[in-house]
Design a binder for this molecule. Sequence first.
Ligand code: AMP
Ligand code: ZN
Length: 113
Amino acid sequence: MSDCVFCKIAAGEIPSNKVYEDDRIIAFHDINPMTPVHVLFVPKEHICCANAINEDNCDIVGHIFSKIPAVAKELGLENGYRVVTNCGKEGCQSVMHLHFHLLGGKQLGVGMG
Ligand code: AMP
Ligand code: ZN
């Protein structure tokens, strides 16, 4: 997707503060952090949102979750963290390229919305 900011970050066309990358995903610090640690895990393939995950592309979700523990450890989240994906208008998704927020570095609230 030529006008997608996360496709451009994945392609190296827009800089990011990267914490992890392999051939399938990239993880980088959110430009507007909501918590002391706020990292986004992004598949390099353009998938618009959680609502577009299906049997053919769902492996990427497991791949992302398999990489989260090491990044969380590296960033000092030994007391826990939250992983969130926003989907669509009522989910307040602002970038229409699937991503998972890794949030931590403080005691998070119990509320989910
Ligand atoms: P969401 O609202 O769930 O779609 O989350 C999108 C997130 O992407 C927001 O937390 C933004 O701060 C973040 N974001 C947008 N553009 C960039 C960028 N160029 N680099 C890092 N984070 C970004
Ligand atoms: Zn994209």
